[in-house]
Write a new protein. Sequence first.
Length: 238
Amino acid sequence: MPRSDIDISTGPLEATDSCRQSLAASAYTAIYRNIISLAYEPGQRLEENQLVEKLGIGRTPIREALLRLKTDLLVESSLGKGYTVRPITIQNTKAAFDALLVLEVGVAHLAVKQDASQSLASMQAANEAVATAMKGMDILELVEANGVFHSHFAACSRNLYLMQALQKVRCETNRLAYLSYGNEIELQRSLKEHYTSVVEQHGQIIALIRSRDEAGLIAVIKEHIQIFKNRMIQYLTT
C-alpha cells in the first residue's frame, strides 16, 4: 500500500551552521517515512538532486540524512552509484526477527525488575493510538504508533544499549510492519482479526510487566514476534 511522497516544504531551505542539524533531522524523517511506507520502493535509487527538489531542503542536510539512514540499514550506497533503498529479502527479514527476539527477550528480563510505571503509562497511550489508527485504516500512523509502543517497552529495561539496539532493528521491522498491517496475508485469519490480536497482546505485555511475571511476559513477547515473522515470511514467499 504505497503512499505518495511526503512533502515537508514548499520551497528550498539553505542549511546554515545553526540550523543544519534541524534540517538534517527533517530530511531524515521525510525520507524515513517514505521508505517505511514504501513510497520509496526497495531497490529504488535515491537521486540527491530529486530529494533536494522534492523536500525543499539543501544538499548538505540531505547527505547527512542519507548517511544516517545508511547506518540504520535502510539505504545502501556504492561508489559512483549513490544511494538506493535497501531491498527486502528473506535473509534480511529472518536476521531482523532473530535480532528482535534476542533484544526484546532481554528487555523482558530487565523490565520486570524495574519501576516501569512511567513507561507503562506511555505504552498504554501508544496502544490506544494503535487502536485508533486501526479503526481509521491509517497504515503509516498505525506503524508509527506501534513503533512508539515498542520503544516505550524497550525503555522499561532502563538500559540504553538495549534501547538503542532495538531502535536500529525497528527501522527495518517498521517497514515490514507496513506490509503486515496493510495486506491480507493469512487465509485462516482476517486482517481485522490480526489487528485485534495485536492490541490484545500489547495489553497483555503491559499487564505482565506490571505484575512482574517474567515467564509470562517472555512467552507473550515470543508469540508476538513469531506471529509477525510468520506473516512476513508468508508474504515474501507467496
